[in-house]
Design a protein around this ligand. Structure first.
Ligand code: HAM
Length: 452
């Protein structure tokens, strides 16, 4: 008997379905904001990961899966998506295209962490990276998009935490202030923090061991060391978020666990239930120096990453994205209509209109039960009388409107609904771009039969 490798998961059918529904949902949302997909390899050069995440980060110090391949090259399983995506941007000269590039990606990441609920060695991320923008408005838009995802998924009690690490000058001043503050308190800090004091004192603020100690709580705040430019940019981010009604808190201790961040950083956190541990579902921020440090041009970037397992854990099972849903449910009344509808079902599907019919249903009640289970948006129903007249009744389950259509009009009507054809006022006529003849009430000759 073999077992799975520690910290990895078999994603069984129900959970696979949940994850793929969430992925499809996220793709739809970021699509609306203009993001395009990019796929990059899981195997990375070790140097790329170490250099981008930073030698003082926990990820590089303790968590990367590094190994030598058979050709003697040092390889790392990607622990995150930003560095591999930026490597691809540079290697493929994507920065020569229209900027900003708005990219999204998803896939497995690997970190050698101590496994526990929501913390795995192999896990899945959905991320976005905007490349070639220095505008703080874009920082705010990325935060807005992350927060919108939580809202649309009806997640309750999430907290958007933001902070700024300022520009280079602000960070240097702040690091010096932290060194000055911590220098005679080192004995009270954990072993890792003692090392962080020498390598990158900002990291001390991110320490999980010392997080709630008095020393950390009283440490100098970055806000007191920001340059005027950094202050003004952070103000824009906050103003935009207020304008867009995104509730947020400024957390001056938020520094993030990767070294490439500059200025705006943020996390979306679910606070621990019943005093339990809080979980960071999404983290991101601006990283203006990374492209240049990896050999590319100087271009500002901002992005975020969602942990998909953690997101799936907090999304309620009853929300719409998990529910099966079809556009049309066909309900035949009688055997003749059933035979007729089998053909119609096939025609609708061939035109890309997702449709269902319950072959087993013995009465109307069972047909309607199937329509409910399928979350059908339209019910298409006909019996002997309609067959004779060559018509169908179409009921919109959302608006409760009903129209009677000639059978030949149905496919066009449904395609208008799915947005494949010309605009429709919803009456069911084919207007060919002309004004609808039945706009002010339906006239006698109207082909949609709504007036009948
Ligand atoms: P990160 O905060 O290291 O940022 O990871 C993003 C998210 O991945 C976390 O908020 C968490 O939900 C999830 N995650 C991280 N580690 C684990 C784990 N061991 N098990 C399960 N889930 C985990 C980044 O990775 C950056 N690349 C985000 C970014 C994109 N910043 C700018 N652009």
């Amino acid at each position: 008997m073999y077992s799975k490798v520690k910290g990895t998961n078999d994603v069984l059918m129900e959970n696979a379905k949940r994850l793929s529904s969430i992925e499809a949902f996220l793709k739809r949302v970021v699509g609306v904001y203009g993001y395009e997909e990019i796929r990059v390899p899981i195997l990375s050069q070790t140097e790329l990961i170490h250099r981008s995440s930073g030698d003082t980060s926990d990820i590089v110090k303790k968590e990367t899966f590094d190994f030598e391949d058979r050709g003697g090259r040092m390889i790392t399983l990607r622990p995150e998506g930003t560095a591999p995506v930026i490597r691809a941007v540079i290697e493929n000269k994507l920065y020569t295209r229209q900027l900003p590039l708005k990219l999204f990606y998803m896939g497995d990441m690997f970190r050698y962490e101590r496994p526990q609920k929501g913390r795995y060695r192999e896990f899945s991320q959905f991320g976005v990276e905007v490349v070639g923008t220095n505008s703080p408005y874009m920082d705010a838009e990325v935060i807005l998009m992350a927060s919108t995802i939580f809202k649309l998924l009806q997640v309750k009690k999430y907290v958007v935490k933001i902070n700024t690490l300022g520009d280079k000058e602000s960070r240097e001043n702040y690091k010096n202030a932290l060194k000055e503050y911590f220098k005679d308190k080192l004995d009270s800090l954990c072993e890792d923090c003692k090392e962080r004091f020498n390598t990158n004192p900002l990291r001390i603020l991110d320490c999980k061991v010392d997080a709630n100690s008095e020393i950390l709580l009283n440490a100098p705040k970055i806000q007191d060391y920001l340059s005027e430019k950094s202050k003004a940019e952070f103000e824009i981010v906050k103003k935009y978020l207020e304008l867009m009604n995104v509730p947020f808190v400024v957390d001056t201790k938020l520094v993030r666990g990767l070294d490439y961040y500059t200025s705006t950083v943020f996390e979306v956190v679910i606070d621990g239930v019943d005093g339990g541990q809080s979980a960071t579902i999404c983290g991101g921020g601006r990283y203006d120096d990374l492209i240049k440090s990896l050999g590319g041009p100087e271009l500002g970037c901002v992005g975020f990453g969602f942990g998909l397992e953690r997101l799936a854990d907090i999304v309620d099972d009853n929300i719409d994205i998990y529910k099966k849903s079809v556009l049309c449910q066909l309900i035949p009344i009688g055997d003749d209509a059933k035979v007729h509808f089998v053909k119609l079902l096939n025609e609708l599907r061939l035109q890309g209109v997702d449709s269902e019919m319950d072959y087993e249903a013995k009465n109307l009640k069972q047909h309607f039960k199937a329509a409910d289970a399928n979350n059908a948006k339209f019910i298409i129903i006909a019996g002997d009388e309609e067959l004779k007249a060559g018509t169908l009744n179409v009921k919109n389950k959302i608006t409760n409107e009903e129209v009677t259509l000639h059978e030949g009009q149905l496919i066009r009507y449904m395609m208008q609904v799915v947005g494949e054809s010309e605009e429709s006022c919803g009456c069911g006529c084919h207007h060919d771009g002309e004004e609808c003849c039945c706009e002010d009430g339906h006239d006698e000759d109207c082909c949609c039969h709504k007036h009948e």
